[in-house]
Write a protein that binds this ligand. Sequence first.
Ligand code: REX
Length: 417
Amino acid sequence: MPLNRRLALGAALLAVVAAAAPVSAAPAAAGAAALVTRSEKAAPPAPPAADLQALVQALRNTTAAGAPGAVARITGPGGVRSRAVGVRDRATGAPMDAGSRFRIGSVTKTFSAVVLLQLVSEEKIRLDAPVNRYLPGLLPDDRITVRHLLSHRSGLPDYTDAMFARTVPGFEAVRTKVFSYRDLVNLSLKEPRTTAPGAAYAYSNTNFVVVGMLIEKATGHSVAKEYERRVIKPLGLRNTSYVHPATRIEGPHARGYLHPDEAGAPLVDSTEQTVSWAQSAGAVISDPADLNTFTSALLGGRLLPARMLDAMLTMTPADTTRTRFYGLGLRRYDLSCGTSVYGHTGTVQGFYTYAFATRDGRRSLAAMANTSNRGAANTALGGTLEAAFCGKLPAPAGARGFTVAPADADLRERDAR
Ligand code: REX
């Protein structure tokens, strides 16, 4: 075997050993099925150059699949590149552009996880302590820990499954509502738990509603204030805000369009809503530049001490393809070229989002389509990851490969139930 290959193999073996250590030292980390499949610390090879034509193709595929518009922005050592197709406002015909704000949905979970892990590093909260230690009597099981919430292993059911079983009526019923966190937890507790604490990954918005409660309890401040002082201000994110329960998106923004369940029914303009149904699980507003800054800073180690970032990066499989993983408020996608990217996806009515960066934070991608309840458009938007980090054209719809693994697997799993 050539020397360079032997060295690479040796490094890979060391990496496996290094990765295994924190798991055995912290068995509560993620339950019985916990698996760290590779070292998140080893320096990976630089990913292939981004392909801008492929990026535009992925965006066109997204509009062909039913999104009025789509946009992507890449930052990296090569500079900033952004591309947009279609419209951000169907009424005025205004073109989509990279300066538009939008609702980032569950990318909010990464913001909430960062704040919570800062509180852990300040010793205000312990990752493996029961949630009920901080919020006495809130949860029906003292074995549910803070880490279970952040890794979607609490077994707390997702109240949004019932809430949005019928897409447009479900949305219209909550669009101007203001829920307390406790209202949302109570909705969840009406249903049977999905797993025993720690037993398995099961994506649930309830987990990050409770994370919001923990943040407010430990700091005595609103999550809005903590996002502001711990993330938004330090990173200078000028177009990022948490305005719950205000319904408008201030400043230049894309309008969001929800696909009804009924084939052929007209799109519903869903731009204005409280997003009270999601709050700390999904109500942040941002733009592509700020999302690039956020994911690059996070993976670059500028938001959390190394120990906390390592905890966030301890991944377990999140689907059967073994290309999708979940850490603490953070996803990992393994792309077709071998590059792994870290970040989150988001879905709120009218908006699909991807915000990912390489392990070293040097390259990041933010992509958005101003539609939702249209899985094909979300999957097509996921093709921007292949373009940005693998330099590859996305596989055509229906082909075997990365892009056919549903980009919204968590939503589809739940829709199928
Ligand atoms: C709720 C329904 C979607 C959306 C949801 N969003 O749970 C959270 C999120 C905040 O972003 N999660 C995704 C609606 C999975 C993520 O982490 O990427 N769908 C829509 C329906 C289906 O109403 N009946 O598509 O707009």
